[in-house]
Design a protein around this ligand. Structure first.
Ligand code: RP5
Length: 174
């Protein structure tokens, strides 16, 4: 039986500050699964479980992880805290919040001091998907098959937009 993506050791970790982030971050996991990138999904809070955040970040490289995607909302420090403790690339996804709409998460995440970068994506589902695509792009640097898959993804996207354009133009009465 061939080894599936799920059976291989994860090279990407999706870490969320709360299980309440999972609905959005499923979009991230779906994209990674589409590219057959072995990944794990974890709930680790920088504030509620700082000891687990420390253990995860300091062990991540030894575990074979190559990219960490961190999702958090409100005072969203998870991505920055993990980035402080590993040199693996950390991509941050700001979660939409009920009080401030996610601007709180975005600013908490994106305004890192020089020296400890977090590659911050858009707020919410678009950011969740783009974090996965960025992780694929990083992995594709040393994986020609993945690079081809990423190029095919762009080609398909272009074809979808062109088809939509043709459909809208055909249905427009002038
Ligand atoms: C953050 O606080 C989490 O990432 C989540 O987005 C937000 C709210 O968490 P819950 O109160 O829903 O657990 O740490």
């Amino acid at each position: 039986m061939s080894e599936t993506a799920a059976q291989k050791p994860p090279v990407v970790a999706i870490v969320m500050g709360s299980k309440s982030d999972f609905e959005v971050m499923k979009e991230c996991s779906k994209v990674l699964a589409d590219f057959r990138v072995p990944h794990e999904v974890r709930v680790i809070s920088a504030h509620r479980t700082p000891d687990r955040a420390y253990a995860f970040a300091t062990e991540a490289e030894k575990q074979g992880l190559q990219v960490i995607i961190a999702a958090a909302g409100k005072a969203a420090h998870l991505a920055g805290v993990l980035a402080a403790m590993t040199t693996l690339p950390v991509l941050g996804v700001p979660m939409t919040t009920s009080d401030l709409g996610g601007l709180d998460s975005l600013l908490s995440m994106v305004q890192m001091p020089a020296g400890i970068p977090v590659g911050t994506t858009a707020i919410g589902k678009a950011g969740a998907k783009n974090a996965a695509l960025l992780a694929v792009a990083v992995l594709a640097l040393s994986d020609p098959a993945l690079r081809d898959a990423l190029k095919a993804y762009r080609t398909n996207m272009r074809a979808e937009v062109e088809a939509a354009d043709a459909e809208v133009r055909a249905s427009t009465v002038v």
